[in-house]
Design a protein around this ligand. Structure first.
Ligand SMILES: Cc1cc2nc3c(=O)[nH]c(=O)nc-3n(C[C@H](O)[C@H](O)[C@H](O)COP(=O)(O)OP(=O)(O)OC[C@H]3O[C@@H](n4cnc5c(N)ncnc54)[C@H](O)[C@@H]3O)c2cc1C
Length: 643
C-alpha cells in the first residue's frame, strides 16, 4: 500500500513459555526484585489517576517507591473511570455456574475475536479474583444478595454470571477505593500529587524514558519532571470521534507524544462501538450517554417487524415485534458481545425498522422484567440509570421502552507493550485503556475495569521492579539537552497554535473530524471510505493549522488552548487509525470491513494473513508497520458464534 512501509517483525521477548497456568507465576519469580531500602531512592512518574493510574501509584508508593502522580482534572478522583457503570468481571465462581479462570480466559480470547495474546489474557483471568478481594478489603460497597454474599450479574459474551457491581456506579465506587489508597500515600508523603497538570511531552535520555514536560493548567507554567521510570495510565482515545460516551476531557496526547518519540502504537483501528447508548438527538450535542450493558440482563431489545411502523411501542402487539437478538442469537440472546449487538442494531435500522427520530434507534424494553420481578427490584438494580435516561430524554423508562443506538465507547488499540507492560521505549510502561494489551479486536463488557485494576494493583508493581532493579539511574537535571529540547518543543507548539489566530473554533474542527471518522472508520469500514477519510483528514488538518482560533493566551487557565493541542494530536491519530483499518483486509471484532463478511453478515477473519498485532512506528513521512504474530495454543481460532 502507498500509505505506509513495512519494517521488521516485533516479538514480545518478556512473555514466558511453558504451561499457560504457570507463566505469570514464573515471570514473577524470575523478575528481579528491588530491596526495600533501595526503593526509597527511586522515583516513578505516573500519568493518570483513573483505576489504572490511581491503583498503580498507590501500590508503588505502598511498596516504598517515591511517586509523582499527574492528572488534568482538579482532583484525582474525577478521572474518567468514575463514569463506569455496569460492573467488573472476576472468575470467582460464587454462583457455582461453571465459571473458572480458564472460562474467563476462553471467553476473553474468543470475545476479542482471536486478536489478543493468550499469555496476557490468562494472567488477567488469574488476577481477576484478587481484585475483588482487594476492593472488598478497601470497603468498596459491591452489591450483595440476601444472604450477604457478593452479588453478580451477566454481561455480554458470557453464559455465566461473573460481573460484580455497585448498582450502576461501579467505576465510582472502585475509584473511591483506589483514591483512598492514593490519598493515604499522599498523606504519608510518598506520593506527590499534581492535579490540573497536563503532560505534553516525554523526555528520553540515553534511550530511556526519564521524565515528562507538564503544563500547569491554572498558571500556564511549563516544567520538566524527572524519574527513574514513567508510567502512562492516560486512558483511551474514543473522543477522536468527537461524539462518544467518554468524558469530554479524554484524549490521546500523552500516548501520542510518546508515540512520536518512538513508542509503537498497536491496533489503533480497534474501536468499540457500544450498542446501548442514548441516540444522538441533534447537532448541538457534545457527548453521548451510555446506558450500561448490564441493562441487557433484564431489558429486551426489539424493533417493529414492519418497516416504517411508527405506532407507539405499547400499540405494537407482541407478534408484530422482532426481538432480533433473541431470534438471531438464541444461545446468548440480548447478551451477545457489543460488536455483534451494535452491527445488528445498525442492520435493522438500515432496513428501515429503526424507531425514534430519523429511524436511528431500537427499543430496550423492561416491561417483562417489571412484570416478573416488580418495579422495586428493577429500581434497586438500575435506578440511577433509569433516572439518568429520564432526565436526558424526558421519557420514563418504567413506562415506555428506552430508545438506544450504538455509539463510540472504548478503544482496544493503544501503545504497544510487552508482557511486562513496557513499551518499545525502555522505562516507559503503559497500563489500563492506554495500552493495547488484553482485549484483541473487541473488549467484553466489565473487562476494562478488571484490566485497569489488574495492571495497577498486581501486574505493573511486579514488572516495573524488574526494570528498576538496574536503578537508581543517573540523576537528570532540567538543564540536560534532552529536557531543554523537549520543553522547547512544547513551548514552540503552544506558540504555533496561538499564532494561527484564525476564524474557526477548535470545537468546529473537532466535530468535523469526528463526523469523518464516524462515517468512514466507525461501525463499518470499506476501502473506498477509508481512502476518502484519509484525504479529508489531511485537508482538514491543513485547514486547522491555518484557521484555528484560540482565544486568550498561554499564561493562565485556557481551555481553548488545551483543546487545540489535543485536537491537533487527534488529527494525526485519526490518519493512523484509517491506515490501520485500511491495511487490515479482514473483519474482526469491532473492525468490520464491508468487503469481508460471511454470507449471513458476520465478521470474516483472515487468520492466514492477519493473525498479528499491528504495531506502528512513527515516521515523519509514513508510518512503519511491525507485525507481532499471535500464537494460539489453548483456544483455537474458529468462526466466532453466539448462535
Ligand atoms: C460511560 C462509561 C461506562 C463504562 N462502564 C464500564 C463498566 O461498567 N465496566 C468496565 O469494565 N468498563 C467500563 N467502561 C470503560 C472503563 O471505564 C475505562 O476503560 C476505564 O475506566 C479506563 O481507566 P484508565 O485508568 O485506563 O483511564 P481513565 O479513567 O480514563 O483515566 C485517565 C487518567 O489520565 C489522566 N490523563 C490523561 N492524559 C493526561 C495528560 N496528558 N496529562 C496528565 N494526565 C492525563 C486523566 O486526568 C485521568 O486521571 C466504561 C466507560 C464509559 C465511557
Amino acid at each position: 500500500m502507498d500509505l505506509y512501509t513495512e519494517g521488521d517483525p516485533i516479538a514480545d521477548t518478556r512473555a514466558p513459555d511453558g504451561p499457560i497456568e504457570t507463566r505469570w507465576e514464573r515471570r514473577r519469580f524470575e523478575a528481579k526484585l528491588v530491596n526495600p531500602a533501595n526503593r526509597r531512592k527511586m522515583t516513578v512518574i505516573v500519568v493518570g489517576t483513573g483505576l489504572a493510574g490511581g491503583s498503580a501509584a498507590a501500590t508503588l508508593a505502598e511498596q516504598g517507591y517515591q511517586v509523582k502522580s499527574y492528572c488534568y482534572q482538579d482532583s484525582p478522583r474525577r478521572a474518567h473511570s468514575i463514569a463506569a457503570q455496569g460492573g467488573i468481571n472476576a472468575a470467582k465462581n460464587y454462583r457455582n455456574d461453571g465459571d473458572s479462570v480458564h472460562r474467563l480466559f476462553y471467553d476473553t480470547v474468543k470475545g476479542g475475536d482471536f486478536r489478543s495474546r493468550e499469555s496476557n489474557v490468562h494472567r488477567l483471568a488469574e488476577v481477576s479474583v484478587n481484585i475483588i478481594d482487594q476492593c472488598v478489603a478497601q470497603g468498596v460497597p459491591f452489591a450483595r444478595e440476601y444472604g450477604g454474599l457478593l452479588d453478580t450479574r451477566s454481561f455480554g459474551g458470557a453464559q455465566v454470571q461473573r460481573t460484580f457491581y455497585a448498582r450502576g456506579q461501579t467505576g465510582q465506587q472502585l475509584l473511591l477505593g483506589a483514591y483512598q489508597a492514593l490519598e493515604r500515600q499522599i498523606g504519608l508523603g510518598n506520593v506527590e500529587m499534581n492535579a490540573r497538570h497536563e503532560m505534553l511531552e516525554l523526555i528520553i535520555v540515553d534511550g530511556k524514558a526519564r521524565g515528562i514536560v507538564v503544563r500547569d493548567l491554572v498558571t500556564g507554567e511549563i516544567t520538566t519532571e524527572f524519574a527513574d521510570a514513567v508510567v502512562l495510565a492516560s486512558g483511551g482515545y474514543g473522543n477522536v470521534f468527537y461524539l462518544s460516551t467518554n468524558a469530554k476531557g479524554c484524549n490521546v496526547t500523552a500516548t501520542w507524544r510518546a508515540h512520536r518519540k518512538g513508542a509503537y502504537f498497536a491496533n489503533p483501528c480497534y474501536t468499540q462501538i457500544h450498542p446501548t447508548c442514548i441516540p444522538v438527538s441533534g447537532d448541538h450535542q457534545s457527548k453521548l450517554t451510555l446506558m450500561s450493558e448490564s441493562l441487557r440482563n433484564d431489558g429486551r431489545v426489539w424493533v417493529p417487524k414492519a418497516k416504517g411502523d411508527n405506532r407507539k411501542p405499547k400499540d405494537i402487539p407482541e407478534d408484530e415485534r422482532d426481538y432480533y437478538l433473541e431470534r438471531i442469537y438464541p444461545s446468548f440472546g440480548n447478551l451477545v458481545p457489543r460488536d455483534i449487538a451494535s452491527r445488528a442494531a445498525k442492520n435493522v435500522c438500515d432496513e428501515g425498522r429503526g424507531v425514534g427520530p430519523g429511524g436511528l434507534g431500537v427499543y430496550l424494553d423492561f416491561a417483562d422484567a417489571i412484570t416478573r420481578l416488580g418495579r422495586k427490584a428493577i429500581e434497586a438494580k438500575y435506578g440511577n440509570l433509569f433516572e439518568m435516561y429520564e432526565r436526558i430524554t424526558g421519557e420514563d423508562p418504567y413506562e415506555v421502552p428506552m430508545r438506544i443506538y450504538p455509539a463510540v465507547h472504548y478503544t482496544m488499540g493503544g501503545l504497544w507493550v510487552d508482557y511486562d507492560l513496557q513499551s518499545t521505549i525502555p522505562g516507559l510502561f503503559v497500563i489500563g485503556e492506554a495500552n493495547f494489551s488484553d482485549h484483541g479486536a473487541n473488549r467484553l463488557g466489565a473487562s476494562a475495569l478488571m484490566q485497569g485494576l489488574a495492571d495497577g494493583y498486581f501486574v505493573l508493581p511486579n514488572t516495573v521492579a524488574n526494570y528498576l532493579a538496574a536503578g537508581p539511574f543517573e540523576k537528570v537535571e532540567a538543564s540536560h539537552p534532552a529536557a531543554v529540547e523537549a520543553r522547547r518543543d512544547v513551548e514552540d507548539r503552544i506558540q504555533r497554535l496561538l499564532a494561527v489566530n484564525g476564524d474557526r473554533t477548535v470545537d468546529s474542527f473537532h466535530r468535523e473530524l469526528g463526523q469523518i471518522m464516524w462515517e468512514h472508520c466507525g461501525i463499518e469500514r470499506s476501502e473506498a471510505g477509508l481512502r476518502k477519510a484519509i484525504d479529508e483528514i489531511r485537508a482538514l488538518r491543513a485547514e486547522f493549522w491555518q484557521r484555528v482560533r484560540i482565544i486568550g493566551d498561554a499564561d493562565g487557565l485556557n481551555q481553548s488552548l488545551e483543546k487545540a493541542g489535543r485536537v491537533a494530536d487527534f488529527f494525526e491519530l485519526a490518519e493512523l487509525m484509517c491506515i490501520d483499518a485500511l491495511h487490515r483486509e479482514e473483519s474482526c471484532g469491532g473492525h468490520f470491513r464491508a468487503e469481508h463478511q460471511t454470507p449471513d453478515g458476520e465478521a470474516q477473519r483472515d487468520d492466514e494473513r492477519f493473525a498479528y498485532v499491528a504495531a506502528w512506528e512513527y515516521g515523519a513521512e509514513q508510518p512503519v508497520l511491525h507485525k507481532e504474530d499471535l500464537k494460539f495454543e489453548y483456544v483455537h481460532p474458529t468462526q466466532r458464534s453466539y448462535k
